[in-house]
Design a protein around this ligand. Structure first.
Ligand SMILES: NC(=O)c1ccc[n+]([C@@H]2O[C@H](COP(=O)([O-])OP(=O)(O)OC[C@H]3O[C@@H](n4cnc5c(N)ncnc54)[C@H](O)[C@@H]3O)[C@@H](O)[C@H]2O)c1
Ligand SMILES: [Zn+2]
Ligand SMILES: [Zn+2]
Length: 308
């Protein structure tokens, strides 16, 4: 490729400081170093987590920064030592690296790779950024930074995908879809014939609805304060819809009455601590599977909690 080994100038949405709008800037993207891959980003989505870190929880030392971690693209060039990927491969960047060697990577119950989290500081890999803008280093959010036309990632932070995959659609597999779907199918292990409640119908919640359906749930109650989301949730498999704003009683009481005492599985996909607490009171009483998959107070994990 003509650009291999050279600095690429391209556009990126730069977060110069917390809580301020992103600015479209021309940036320089250095060539990939050992075991790194430079990717032309073709499609990127905005995840709730990007906004959370921009608006609420990012340390000021993490700026300036390029956000974005839910994307798909094409490998432009590879650094020394990369053997598994070649220019032209279609890929999805991963914000949790997979070394495939540590005990966490080898354990089918988790994907929280030791090497991935070992070098993260304030959600960035500080020393690894290949971005500069106006003479300043830009940090790379979660080592991905997909709000740029080109990015450089570790070879551990990328998954090769089917060359026929439509990149504008599969970009959602980079975070929201696998988080919600996996939470229902792998973490909560939703059972056939069960009744589920999914709180929040963004990309994560809709994927959780899809996971509940795939697992054979009989009733899938979709809860959101935005009724425009219900039509989409129906397409993904939701069977009932509740807008908490339509009810005077707490949502826990509404669901309890709808289900004769409570749901079998509850998946929290909002990211609002108050919503979790309201549900938790209800579910502790009923001792039901409770899957919190959002990021309250910077807890960055998929967590299954079974109060007994
Ligand atoms: N654990 C992980 O790995 C992981 C991965 C991706 C996203 N997340 C987190 O998941 C959450 C959802 O992400 P998203 O991208 O789907 O967000 P989103 O903003 O697209 O969707 C959130 C939905 O919740 C609804 N909502 C807001 N307040 C509500 C309330 N009180 N009751 C019911 N519904 C309410 C909104 O109307 C919206 O439809 C965020 O907190 C994000 O940080 C976690
Ligand atoms: Zn690992
Ligand atoms: Zn995300």
């Amino acid at each position: 490729m003509g650009t291999a080994g050279k600095i690429i100038k391209c556009k990126a949405a730069v977060a110069w400081e917390p809580n301020k709008p992103l600015v479209i800037e021309e940036i320089e993207v250095a060539p990939p170093q050992a075991n790194e891959i430079r990717i032309k980003i073709v499609a990127t989505a905005v995840c709730g987590t990007d906004l959370y870190y921009l608006l609420k929880n990012m340390h000021k030392d993490s700026f300036p920064m390029v956000l974005g971690h839910e994307a798909a693209g094409v490998v432009e060039s590879v650094g020394p030592g990369v053997t598994e990927y070649q220019p032209g491969d279609k890929v999805i960047p991963l914000f949790i690296r997979q070394c495939r060697e540590c005990r966490f990577c080898k354990n089918p119950k988790t994907n929280q790779c030791e090497k991935a989290w070992g070098s993260v500081k304030d959600m960035t890999f500080q020393e690894k950024s290949r971005f500069t803008c106006k003479g300043k280093k830009l940090l790379q959010f979660t080592g991905t930074s997909t709000f740029a036309e080109y990015t450089v990632v570790s070879e551990l932070a990328v998954a090769k995908i089917d060359p026929a995959a439509p990149l504008d659609k599969v970009c959602l597999l980079g975070c929201g879809v696998c988080t919600g779907y996996g939470a229902a199918v792998n973490t909560a292990k939703v059972e056939p014939g069960s009744t589920c409640a999914v709180f929040g119908l963004g990309a994560v919640g809709l994927a959780a609805v899809m996971g509940c359906k795939a697992a054979g749930a009989k009733r899938i109650i979709a809860v959101d304060i935005n009724p425009d989301k219900f039509e989409k949730a129906k397409v993904f498999g939701a069977t009932e819809f509740v807008n908490p704003k339509d009810h005077k009683e707490p949502i826990s009481q509404v669901l309890s009455e709808m289900t004769g005492g409570g749901v079998d599985f509850s998946l929290e996909c909002v990211g609002n601590v108050a919503v979790m607490v309201r549900r938790t009171r209800f579910f502790v009483t009923l001792r039901i599977e409770d899957c919190i998959i959002t990021i309250p107070h910077a807890v960055f994990s998929v967590m299954l909690w079974s109060p007994v």
